[in-house]
Design a protein around this ligand. Structure first.
Ligand SMILES: C[S@@+](CC[C@H](N)C(=O)[O-])C[C@H]1O[C@@H](n2cnc3c(N)ncnc32)[C@H](O)[C@@H]1O
Length: 216
């Protein structure tokens, strides 16, 4: 895996361990926002935050608790703040990405940990919603983290997951695995799908996809 200072999302390595991915983002952190937002004009943070706002509907935005999963430098958190949400925590495997997020002073709690089958330092049923923006990618989150995400969301709360649509088909860890795993969790009565929407210009000519699930 490359740990050069400057890179592009085209070269995520599917064989990366969580530790390698975190190191990769530590090295990328200083350039990340310039590349993702200024060069690629990524719409995902706005789309993901918008889906959170829509799912939570008329709830008091100053009172609901949101966890930003794979928070990175806080791009999605900033969009959530724009929509009036104020009680936001974040979790990410890269401390350097989180250091940049912390400077924005929009998160109440930032947790540096890997998101996977491991138990996070978070009580059951803590959040009204999870926003997970662009954190499903080669070598990133896998379906094995979904039960843990469900565990920390209150019954009736929402999990919103946005990523590049083609990853569903071109990433071996996801193709024929991610959506079936999501369906199994529904069959098991743990959550139910509210929507699955493809949208244009995740960045450049790439479509994005947003899944909204309601925790049962
Ligand atoms: C493409 S960035 C997205 C950051 C932010 N959500 C945004 O929209 O800009 C992916 C983030 O997921 C984090 N990440 C990847 N795999 C992870 C894992 N297994 N556990 C925790 N964080 C992970 C990376 O450190 C990185 O900050």
């Amino acid at each position: 895996m490359s740990v050069e200072k400057k890179t592009t999302p085209e070269i995520f390595d599917p064989r990366s361990t969580p530790e390698m991915t975190a190191k990769y983002y530590d090295n990328w952190s200083g350039h990340y926002e310039e590349e993702i937002m200024t060069q690629l004009k990524c719409t995902a943070p706005r789309v993901c935050a918008g889906a959170v706002g829509k799912a939570l509907g008329g709830l008091d935005r100053g009172k609901v608790k949101i966890l930003d999963v794979g928070a990175g430098t806080g791009l999605c958190g900033e969009e959530l703040v724009q929509l009036g949400f104020t009680d936001i925590d974040g979790v990410d495997g890269s401390q350097d990405m989180l250091n940049l997020a912390e400077r924005k002073q929009i998160y109440k709690r930032l947790i540096c940990d890997f998101v996977g089958p491991n138990r996070l330092d978070i009580e059951n049923d803590t959040y009204d919603a999870i926003a997970c923006c662009s954190s499903f990618a080669p070598g990133h989150l896998k379906e094995d983290c979904l039960p843990e995400l469900i565990r920390v969301v209150k019954p009736g709360g929402y999990i919103i997951i946005t990523f590049r649509e083609e990853y569903l088909y071109i990433v071996e860890d996801y193709n024929g695995k991610l959506e079936p795993a999501m369906a199994r969790l529904q069959d098991d009565g743990l959550w139910e799908r509210v929507s699955r929407e493809v949208f244009p210009k995740f960045y450049e000519d790439k479509n994005g996809i947003t899944f909204v699930y309601k925790v049962l």
